[in-house]
Unconditional design. Structure first.
Length: 140
């Protein structure tokens, strides 16, 4: 049975939406550094109270600057991957669900959506691919 690339990607995107998976487009390290720097400067200027205020200001600044830098994994799969990346992900997914024996695509999709183990295998494959191949970080 052949499951087409787009059908696999649609299933993976739907599962990623169900799990509310998001990825950072840019590293979260900058945000952490802003929080730490704010707390450090605040502590130097105002002692313990200044540290609290500086950390709060740093955290708010980091949150403001990180707007739009988190995207849903389903959006990335369906809209931002190159054709080559989509094919690679589909190949990884085909290997992950190779033991499905279904007569047609709709039956296969039904088996995947009704089988928590298959869903877990697909989600793990998506996470590995997005993390290793696209250098993005999955956030909860």
């Amino acid at each position: 049975m052949v499951i087409h690339t787009q059908e696999l990607l649609d299933v993976a995107a739907e599962l990623a939406d169900q799990e509310n998976m998001r990825a950072t487009v840019k590293g979260s390290m900058k945000g952490a550094l802003m929080c730490g720097a704010g707390a450090f400067v605040g502590g130097l200027v105002g002692g313990p109270v200044g540290m609290a205020v500086g950390g709060t200001v740093g955290a708010c600044t980091a949150a403001y600057k990180s707007r739009g830098q988190f995207k849903s994994v389903s959006y990335i799969i369906l809209n931002e991957m190159t054709d080559r990346q989509r094919e690679q992900l589909a190949d990884h997914l085909r290997r992950a669900i190779a033991d499905i024996d279904a007569g047609d695509v709709m039956l296969a999709v039904g088996l995947i959506m009704g089988n928590p183990n298959m869903q877990k295998a697909i989600l793990q494959t998506v996470v590995r691919f997005v993390t290793n191949q696209m250098s993005l970080t999955i956030v909860d």
